[in-house]
Design a protein around this ligand. Structure first.
Ligand code: ADP
Ligand code: MG
Length: 227
């Protein structure tokens, strides 16, 4: 069974359709890249997967396993988020809040989980530093660690490399590839076709509705025909 499935999901903002009849699914361990111009509905699709926007019609189905294991999310960045006045450790720990249930503060288990993710992304040494003092690439690693606190099965990454220099971009893709190899399904929005597609198993091209959805090789052929 798919981790998550969208059936003809349609979202509109104040009457304007942002995503129409979107259908696709994400399997265990999958790697899906979402492509499309600015304003084509990529972020909206991610928000629909997370239940952050209301559907006008259609449905989003989460598997029982996914409901239990949670979804990690790295939102598209804004200036305000980059200036967030908190330490690295605090930002990462804020990722375990959805595991707390009715408790208010993280206990030993959650702190341990946050530590594991910081070690996994090699930011443990900088845990006391203010988040806003870090480089763009370091900040993205912090947000990735935060997202990983929430899940072992599915990560949604909205433009994780936008604004990063080529070297840091390549590093981010390598980190994401390794996380995927550890069994975490990846859904990522990207502008950069070349690098993102090297690791992808599936591709979704948005243009308010779905222009293409299928395996990466089929996408390459489709692109040659549709330029
Ligand atoms: P993308 O991520 O591909 O750039 P979005 O999903 O953010 O595209 O946006 C799709 C369309 O919906 C755009 O026309 C955008 O202006 C519009 N839109 C996005 N969010 C909102 C919102 N909160 N309220 C109104 N319109 C929105
Ligand atoms: Mg977007």
């Amino acid at each position: 069974m798919a981790l998550i499935r969208l059936n003809n999901a349609t979202v509109s903002y104040e009457g304007d359709l942002a995503a129409e009849n979107v259908s696709f699914s994400v399997e265990k361990g999958d790697y899906l890249v979402i492509l499309g111009e600015n304003g084509s509905g990529k972020s909206t699709v991610m928000k629909a997967m997370l239940g952050l926007v209301k559907l006008k019609s259609g449905e989003v189905i989460h598997s029982d396993g996914l409901k239990k294991n949670g979804v990690g999310y790295l939102p598209q960045q804004t200036r305000i988020q980059r200036d967030f006045p908190a330490s690295v450790e605090e930002v990462v720990q804020s990722g375990v809040v959805n595991r707390l249930g009715r408790r208010l503060f993280p206990g030993r288990e959650e702190k341990q989980r946050a530590r594991q993710q910081m070690e996994r992304l090699e930011i443990w040494e900088m845990r006391k530093r203010p988040y806003r003092a870090l480089s763009g690439g370091q900040q993205q690693r912090v947000l990735l660690a935060r997202a990983l606190c929430a899940t072992d099965s599915l990560l949604l990454l909205d433009e994780p490399v936008t604004g990063l220099d080529p070297e840091t971009t390549a590093e981010m893709y390598e980190i994401i590839r390794n996380i995927n190899r550890q069994g975490v399904a990846i859904v990522t929005v990207s502008h950069d076709v070349g690098q993102a597609l090297r690791d992808a198993k599936h591709v979704l091209v948005m243009e308010r509705t779905v222009r293409f959805y299928g395996e990466t090789e089929a996408y390459e052929a489709w692109r040659r025909e549709n330029g």
